[in-house]
Design a protein around this ligand. Sequence first.
Ligand code: ADP
Ligand code: MG
Length: 312
Amino acid sequence: VNGYKNVNAGTAVFFIQLMNYVIGPIQQIPPLMMKRKAAFALMDKHEELLSANQNRDRTIALNETDNEITVKNLSLSFGIAERDALENINCRFKSGSCTVIVGESGSGKSTLLNILSGLNRDYRGEVLYGDKSLESVPNDSLYDVLSLIQQNIYIFNDTIRNNITMFSNASDQEVNQAVALSGLSSVLESKGPDYVCGENGNQLSGGEKQRIAIARTVLKKQQILLFDEVTSALDPQTAYQINQTILSLQGITRIVVMHTMDRNMLAKCDSILAMKNGCIIESGSFNELMEKKGYFYSLLTISGDDGSYSTN
Ligand code: ADP
Ligand code: MG
């Protein structure tokens, strides 16, 4: 039984972000957080889902060294659809590498990230973290090492620091390191440590929210970060800076789904996967794919000045 199926996209976004922090025995949630109305409302909604999805057969825990992902013959269909949303995907995300996935809308990029994050477990084929099959790994263990970052970042109406720590007892040194690595230093300096983020973070820019999401994962020492079109709502300059920050997160296995063709990002990442109709139709380095003059090359050449492309 896969309870996630009935969760709409918006709920899933909140769900996975909260799962990263509040999963585990409910008593472990810091009392401060229990007071938060927003947290409470979401908790109620998701507690049911949580328990429904804690499959007791999944007993293998991941650790920080299980940060290489191997995907073998992965397919997934949404039942009603004529063709598979993903069809026989084979790829490897090397430990500490940064992979960019491009492909037109509907090509299966989000579906792939959702499977890797345990959100959709109805796949065929195999997903390995290190040598452990995702099938036997429970989501709470998965979220110890992995975060999926999407466009909507859940922000509490509280200070930037509390939004980074999620009310955990992190040391100043750890927080400062996360702040620096996520590119939040200048934001904190100009806004001050007591700056309150506002309801749903409405006192922050989109780029600042993305940086808070990155800082959270750095603080949790998560080794795998999946980004699903996080820059698409940002202006090109901010998008460029966020991509630079992502590139700088060395040692962390990163998979970045991009909807614009940011040449700088594409040229600097370790490898590129180009998807079409649920398949990976090209993979390689930027230079390799440019020389090939195939699908990736055509996407890059039809993309506008801002890097956007649409063949729909
Ligand atoms: P991308 O992220 O590349 O735009 P998606 O992974 O979201 O593509 O979608 C791949 C295909 O799967 C599309 O045809 C899409 O319509 C379909 N799809 C995605 N999610 C669902 C769902 N929950 N139910 C049915 N079909 C879906
Ligand atoms: Mg998508």
